[in-house]
Design a protein around this ligand. Structure first.
Ligand code: RIB
Ligand code: CA
Length: 311
């Protein structure tokens, strides 16, 4: 089997953690590295959390890189109210002993995309897009080398989770999102519209708890992470956002969506970071993204439980 080479760009974050564990547990995936960015919590914590997750998976050889510590042109907005002070609240795990790579994450992205055969590396951003946009701006020659970008971010019917009109990953760095969505790379977007159909119900969290060695940690993270969304939406559970990207690479048939145009609002304070998704194709703007609207949630959680139990 030819493994799928991917780089996950991340701001762990409990849901990021499950996405990373899913990638590490899946033989179809060749995880070239984790590039960390400021988002849910500041960069020093996202770079620490990424290594905590790798050590939980007993994969200390995974290369973890620290990247940008703030958005391109704005002040950093974080989400400790959702993820807790550490970004991985819910269970206390040992501080990491594995090293952080010396190379800056942006330099790693550029170097890897220049040296790997063109069209073989997939980027999975599950965080604000600062690292990806910075790499594209600094080295535009890498853009045609990217096989595909599968990102978690944006919203259409679900509108916004950090403002009435914007989803967190896009809102934190809308200028970066504008660059990525306008780069012309094959782009698959996992917006709130699909992640809100992948809720962590009690049954699903209990299935996590029994999923092998890492199960209890995943269930504790989910128990903590879901309280915010349950209270806000009055839902039975919380959307498990980020693993949708890796799950899509493993089982694309679990997901459905449509090729549409998606533009990013960067000019209006009122709707800053909105993904203006032309779902009904009412404009003449050319499609630039596969915008995913639906998921087989039972299939998604079954895949997660099956793979997490392998670690
Ligand atoms: O809006 C959800 C996204 O914001 C997820 O990636 C979550 O980890 C946070 O970064
Ligand atoms: Ca994230």
């Amino acid at each position: 089997m030819t493994k799928r080479k991917i780089i996950i760009d991340t701001d762990p974050g409990q849901d990021d953690a499950v996405a990373i564990l899913l990638a590490l547990a899946s033989p179809e995936i060749d995880l070239l590295g984790l590039t960390c960015v400021a988002g849910n919590v500041p960069l020093d914590l996202t770079a620490k959390n990424a290594r905590i997750i790798c050590e939980l998976a007993r994969r200390p050889e995974t290369r973890v890189f620290a990247g940008c510590d703030r958005p391109l042109r704005r002040k950093l907005v974080t989400a400790e109210n959702v993820h807790g002070k550490t970004g991985l609240d819910g269970i206390t795990l040992p501080d990491p002993t594995m090293p952080l790579q010396d190379q800056h994450a942006v330099d790693f992205l550029i170097e890897t995309l220049r040296t790997e055969p063109p069209g073989t590396v997939t980027l999975c951003p599950i965080a604000p897009l600062t690292n990806i946009a910075t790499a594209m701006e600094r080295a535009p020659d890498i853009i045609p080398h990217i096989r595909e970008i599968v990102l978690m971010g944006g919203a259409y019917f679900e509108v916004g989770n950090i403002t009435p009109t914007a989803e967190f990953n896009i809102y934190v760095d809308p200028e970066a999102a504008k660059i990525v969505f306008g780069a012309g790379v094959p782009l698959t977007v996992m917006p709130l519209d699909v992640t809100h159909k992948a809720l962590t119900t009690r049954t699903r969290v209990e299935a996590f708890r029994k999923a092998g060695r890492v199960g209890p940690a995943v269930a504790s993270w989910t128990d903590f992470f879901e309280r915010f969304d349950k209270e806000k939406y009055g839902s039975e559970g919380a959307p498990l956002h980020d693993p949708c990207t890796v799950a899509y690479l493993l089982r694309p048939e679990l997901f459905s969506g449509r090729e549409i145009n998606v533009e990013i609002e960067t000019g209006s304070d009122l709707t800053l970071g909105m993904t203006v998704a032309d779902w009904w194709r009412v404009t003449k703007r050319a499609p630039n993204a596969t915008f995913i609207g639906d998921v087989d949630a039972d299939g998604y959680f079954a895949l997660l439980v099956e793979r997490l139990a392998q670690l």
